[in-house]
Design a protein around this ligand. Structure first.
Ligand code: FMN
Length: 393
C-alpha cells in the first residue's frame, strides 16, 4: 500500500483503511473500483447530512483530530479565497458534491466538486474505471456521470454549508459540457450551470480537458476558450474562474492558455487532467477486458502521470510568470512529490489516485512533510516555497 505503514501513522483511520481497503486495492481484479467509491460516497453523504448527530459528530471529530494539521505557515489567500492548507481533493471523486460539508475533516484545505454538467447524465457504460495496482495508476472513462446542476444545487443546499468565504475548506465547483449539447452551444451550457451554482462556489473551474466527452478538448483552442471565458465572466456573481487543462497539449497550446489566462484575468490554471497518452504503458493489459491500454479508451491517472504533470506545470509557470496561481495535480502520492510541484510553481496541489491508494493518512503525511521542508529550508511560509526551485531535503 505504498505510503501506508511507512510513517508509523498507526492511527485509527489509517489502520482501518490499511486493514480492510488495502487488500482490495492491491490487485487489479476483485472489488470493483467504482463500486468501492460509491459505497464510500454513500457513507460520506450520510455523515455530511447527519453531522450534528452526537454519534456522527463524535466520529467526525475523531477523524479530524487524526487527519487535520492546522498550521498558519500553510495558510494562503489566493484569488480571494483563504486556503487553510495547500492540499485539495481533485475533481471527479465527489462528482455531485454529496460530502461537500465534511472534506475539511479529512485534512483537505479545499475540495473540488464535480464535474457537473447542466443536464444529468449517466456517463459511459461500465466497467469504466480500472485499477492498475502495480503502477499505482488508474484508467477511467467515466464520461461525466453526474446528477446535473440542479440536483447538485439541491444536494449542496441540503447540507447547509456555511456561505462561501466562511468555510473550513474552500469549495470549488468544476463544470463541464453536457454530452448532448453541441460544441457550438457549449458556452450557454456551461453558463446555465454556473449561473445556478455560482452562489454556492468559492471558485469555479472550466473543465475543457476530460478525454471522455467527445469534442470537449477542442475547447482548449485559444479562440473557443476565449469565447467561453468571456461568456462566463459576464454572469452576475461570477466566482473566481479557473481553467483545467490536459497533459497532452503541445507547448504552443500551453503557452496560449497561459497568455489567455493573464489577458482574461482568470484566477488560475489547474494542470492536469488525465492523459490520453499511455505513458509507456501501452502494452499493459487490463485484467477485466484482456485488452492492452493502447486499445482502451479513457484517461490515465496516478504515478505514471507525475513526470508529464510536472512538465506542464513548469511550462505554465515559465510563460505566465509568478502572478498567475497554478494548481498542480497528477501523480501526487507523497510529500516529496507535492513539494516538487510547489517548488516548481504550484500554489496548491490536488490528489485523486494517490489518495485512493495511499488512504486518508496521505493528507496529513503531505502536510507534515511540507511543514518539515519549510523548517529545513528556513522558510517561514509555504508561499515562499512556491516556484522557489528548492529541492526536497
Ligand atoms: C475516476 C476518475 C474520475 C475523474 N473525474 C474527473 C472529473 O469529473 N472532472 C475533472 O476535472 N477531473 C476528473 N478526474 C481527473 C482528476 O481530477 C485528476 O486531474 C487526475 O486524475 C490526475 O490526478 P491523479 O494522478 O492524482 O489522479 C478524474 C480522475 C479519476 C481517476
Amino acid at each position: 500500500m505504498g505510503q501506508m505503514g511507512t510513517t508509523g501513522a498507526t492511527t485509527a483511520t489509517a489502520a482501518l483503511y490499511q486493514r480492510f481497503v488495502g487488500p482490495l486495492l492491491s490487485q487489479d481484479e476483485g472489488a470493483d473500483a467504482e463500486q468501492l467509491s460509491q459505497i464510500t460516497l454513500t457513507a460520506l453523504e450520510q455523515a455530511s447530512l447527519r453531522r450534528q448527530w452526537p454519534l456522527v459528530q463524535g466520529a467526525l471529530a475523531g477523524l479530524a483530530a487524526e487527519l487535520s494539521r492546522p498550521d498558519p505557515r500553510l495558510e494562503q489567500s489566493l484569488f480571494g479565497c483563504r486556503f487553510a492548507n495547500p492540499v485539495g481533493l481533485a475533481a471527479g471523486f465527489d462528482k455531485n458534491g454529496v460530502a461537500a460539508a465534511i472534506w475539511h475533516l479529512f485534512g483537505f484545505g479545499f475540495a473540488e466538486l464535480g464535474t457537473i454538467t447542466w443536464h444529468a447524465q449517466p456517463g459511459n457504460p461500465r466497467p469504466r474505471l480500472f485499477r492498475l495496482a502495480a503502477e499505482r495508476a488508474a484508467l477511467n472513462r467515466m464520461g461525466f456521470n453526474n446528477q446535473g446542476a440542479q440536483a447538485c444545487r439541491r444536494l449542496l443546499e441540503r447540507q447547509r454549508l456555511p456561505p462561501p468565504g466562511q468555510r473550513p475548506a474552500v469549495l470549488g465547483i468544476n463544470l463541464g459540457k453536457s454530452k448532448i449539447t453541441p460544441l457550438e452551444q457549449a458556452p450557454d451550457d456551461y453558463a446555465a450551470s454556473l449561473e445556478l451554482l455560482a452562489p454556492l462556489a468559492d471558485y469555479a473551474v472550466i473543465n475543457v480537458s476530460s478525454p471522455n466527452t467527445p469534442g470537449l478538448r477542442e475547447l482548449q483552442d485559444e479562440a473557443l476558450l476565449r469565447r467561453l471565458v468571456e461568456r462566463l465572466r459576464r454572469l452576475p456573481g461570477c466566482p473566481p474562474l479557473l481553467v483545467k487543462i490536459a497533459p497532452d497539449l503541445e507547448d504552443d497550446a500551453i503557452d496560449a492558455i497561459a497568455r489567455l489566462a493573464y489577458q482574461e484575468g482568470l484566477a488560475g490554471v489547474i494542470a492536469v487532467n488525465t492523459s490520453l497518452d499511455r505513458l509507456g504503458l501501452g502494452e499493459r493489459r487490463l485484467a477485466q477486458t484482456g485488452r492492452a491500454l493502447a486499445e482502451e479508451a479513457g484517461g490515465l491517472s496516478g504515478a505514471p502521470l507525475r513526470h508529464r504533470a510536472l512538465e506542464v506545470l513548469r511550462r505554465l509557470r515559465a510563460t505566465a510568470g509568478p502572478a498567475l496561481p497554478l494548481i498542480g495535480v497528477g501523480g501526487i502520492d507523497s510529500a516529496e512529490v507535492a513539494w516538487e510541484r510547489i517548488s516548481a510553481g504550484a500554489s496548491l496541489v490536488q490528489l485523486y489516485t494517490g489518495w485512493i491508494y495511499g488512504g486518508p493518512s496521505l493528507v496529513p503525511q503531505i502536510l507534515d512533510g511540507l511543514a518539515s521542508q519549510l523548517d529545513r529550508h528556513g522558510l517561514g511560509h509555504i508561499g515562499e516555497a512556491v516556484g522557489s526551485g528548492l529541492a526536497w531535503r
